[in-house]
Design a protein around this ligand. Structure first.
Ligand code: AKG
Ligand code: FE2
Length: 651
């Protein structure tokens, strides 16, 4: 049986379960009757259930409402909650909620043990397995009937669960869909009195990605409301998730997740909406941190003080103030530019800054301060008059290159971290940006507003091999005007990997991309013929790409410490230039091209075009915010310390 559970969790990431011994027949449906009573209470009563902790309040969405409750099985929360909802009392609600939760905890214990047994792991892992599910969050959800009864409606968008193991049941109305490894949506039909068990990202990480955290969503159709009771089991925040060495194999399954604290991952995904692949992005950060530690041992100039605390290290890497969602500066409801930001950050407030440099003297011209979190991208406008920055703080800021003391436009409206920004290649007024949910916004600088919104739930099928189903990260392309999107590669087994970097050739006909598993090769898409080819280029993981507007060459930077240039027109065949030494680190992409030479591309590992157009200058921002500038055949001429993001301007 344990082997079967393991197989199901590895191959599908979920399975169905009935267990009359633990949950007697009829108890689920009994509970859903009580749950209906709860949701039919007046809104003002339900709204009283609020909390400062995430996932622990009454939430109202257009297509569903939900209650989040922490630690129901272990505490008197069920009683306190019942008293709040029904001051006159409702013992049967309270009892069924508590007993259902306890039984679901029991079921998840059983499943976790079976998973451990399925891997034949020694006894001493028992307590670790137990600790991974020691805490819980219960969610009670009511999904509305779709407006148009003849059409189905996605009520809960695709996601993976961020906890260890999820277990839930539904009333008789079906709605759950899981994404198979072959990229098909499958309707999950729960048996009566049955449960569905879903692998969360913590178990995926613990198992070194042997267990599959299956993407899933809820699609509503028909004329009946759907109710679900969900138990998310998870570790305590301080628990360290360490892959058992038995599950690591240097050849077939090398270590993918370095040890991390669950609490660090929890704050990462709640403050950084790189969903649905937060875990993979987090794993990259963990690697980066390790590399920094390693470099620090060998190299004194990195600004590290031997800290082993993850948050400290991340702060140092990205030069950012770690802030909770509530103390950030934007108002996510606005679609408009805010008034000019005349008040700079206070002295003790360490913000993320972009630095404007003179390339000849490598002295700083100005520091662009204002974002309250990590800057993800920076660009010059085509006429070089403006700069745009995007940030994890969800805003886009526009700066005047001549007078960049403060940003004169702050665009708010993204509901997730703004990942990248770009100007229209011909129109200075038009800026577009893309956020962690794949939503693209166009902004007019003159009008100070958001001109158009795309994506964030839309699906567009483009470029053959790229998926049509991945709703939030579908590739969205506006030919000729927009070079921004986030996407996924699909490997031969149909997995998807987040794309680190894409770049276009200046004609807009070729697009090169590298993803998390672009080891040695990059993908080149021929837009006109809708064809893709894999171009071998490196000996290691490719970290970044950039295109030169001057000569049309695409440059790639890799962990093999080389940057190379290939000719897009010829299918990337010939490597024109090889620059050594760059590209040791990978991180969040940051890039900036100035229109005229000297053009510079930035990132943790990026290579750029050329002073005087001869293809010989690259600048690389180190993981700790240092920039190393490579000049003429990779001679490092200067290290620029302490910049969170860097912009080089031609003089
Ligand atoms: O209600 C459901 O069927 C699924 C809910 C879910 O996936 C979640 O809340 O994470
Ligand atoms: Fe879920």
């Amino acid at each position: 049986m344990s082997k079967k559970v393991r197989e199901a969790c590895e191959n599908h990431g979920y399975f169905l379960l009935t267990c009359d011994e633990i949950i007697p027949k009829g108890l689920n449906q009994e509970f859903f009757k009580r749950m209906e009573e709860l949701f039919y209470l007046p809104e003002e009563t339900k709204k009283q259930h609020k909390s400062t902790t995430v996932f622990s309040s009454y939430d109202v969405n257009p297509l569903f409402q939900s209650f989040g409750l922490d630690e129901v099985p272990l505490s008197d929360i069920a009683q306190t909650f019942t008293n709040l909802m029904w001051p006159q009392g409702n013992p049967s609600f309270c009892e069924t909620l508590k007993s259902m939760s306890l039984k679901m905890v029991k079921l998840s214990s059983m499943v976790m043990k079976m998973i451990k047994e399925g891997y034949d792991l020694p006894q001493h892992y028992n307590s670790e397995i137990e600790n991974m599910k020691i805490s819980s969050n219960s969610r009670l959800i009511r999904y509305k009937v779709p407006k148009d009864k003849n059409n189905s409606e996605t009520a809960l968008v695709m996601h993976t669960d961020k906890n260890a193991l999820t277990i839930f049941c539904e009333n008789e109305v079906q709605g759950l869909q899981v994404l198979s490894k072959t990229c098909k949506w499958i309707d999950v039909k729960l048996p009566q009195d049955g449960f569905v068990v879903i692998i969360g990202e913590i178990l995926k990480a613990w198992s070194n990605a042997r267990l599959h955290a299956v993407p899933h969503r809820v699609v509503m159709s028909g004329e009946k409301e759907r109710y679900t009771l969900i138990l998310f089991t998870r570790p305590k925040e301080e628990m360290k998730i360490v892959v058992p060495h038995e599950l690591v194999d240097e050849k077939t399954n090398p270590l993918r997740y370095r040890p991390f604290k669950y609490g660090d991952y929890f704050s990462y995904f709640t403050s950084n909406p790189l969903k649905p692949d937060a875990l993979e992005a987090f794993a990259v950060l963990l690697k980066l941190v390790d590399q920094l530690k390693y470099s620090n041992m060998n190299n004194n100039h990195l600004p590290m003080e031997g800290s082993s605390n993850f948050n400290n290290i991340v702060s140092e890497i990205s030069n950012l103030r770690v802030s909770s969602p509530s103390d950030q500066l934007w108002d996510g409801d606005h679609d408009e530019a805010e008034p000019v930001d005349t008040v700079g950050p206070s002295q003790d407030e360490k913000t993320s800054a972009a630095v404007l440099w003179y390339t000849d003297s490598l002295t700083q011209k100005a520091t662009l301060e204002g974002h309250s979190s990590l800057i993800t991208d920076v660009r010059f406008s085509p006429s070089m008059v403006h700069l745009a920055t995007s940030s994890f703080d969800k805003t886009i800021r526009i700066w005047d290159v001549e007078n960049p003391v403060y940003s004169y436009r702050i665009f708010t409206g993204h509901s997730a971290a703004a990942m990248t920004v770009d100007f229209h290649p011909k129109i200075d007024d038009l800026v577009c940006s893309c956020d962690g949910y794949g939503e693209i916004r166009y902004w007019s600088i003159n009008n100070g507003n958001c001109a158009r919104v795309f994506g964030g739930g839309n699906t567009q099928f483009l470029l053959g091999g790229i998926n049509s189903l991945h709703e939030r990260f579908a590739v969205l392309i506006e030919t000729r005007s927009l070079y921004i999107f986030s996407g996924y590669h699909r490997d031969s087994e149909g997995h998807r990997r987040p794309v680190y970097c894409v770049c276009w050739d200046p004609s807009g006909e070729f697009l090169a991309s590298v993803s998390e598993d672009s080891v040695k090769s990059l993908e080149l898409w021929n837009m006109r013929e809708n064809k893709t080819m894999t171009v071998p280029a490196h000996d290691g993981l490719i970290a970044a790409l950039a295109v030169s507007t001057v000569n049309g060459l695409v440059a790639s930077a890799s962990h093999d410490n080389c940057a190379r240039e290939g000719d897009a027109e010829e299918g990337g065949g010939g490597v024109a230039t090889v620059v050594g030494g760059a590209g040791e680190r990978v991180g969040l992409a940051r890039r900036c091209w100035s229109k005229e030479p000297p053009a510079v591309v930035l990132g943790y590992a990026r290579w750029g075009d050329a002073e005087e157009g001869d293809g010989s200058v690259a600048a690389v921002v180190g993981g700790a915010g240092d920039a190393v500038v490579w000049w003429k055949d990779a001679v490092a001429i200067r290290s620029l310390e302490g910049c969170g993001c860097l912009v080089v301007e031609g003089e």
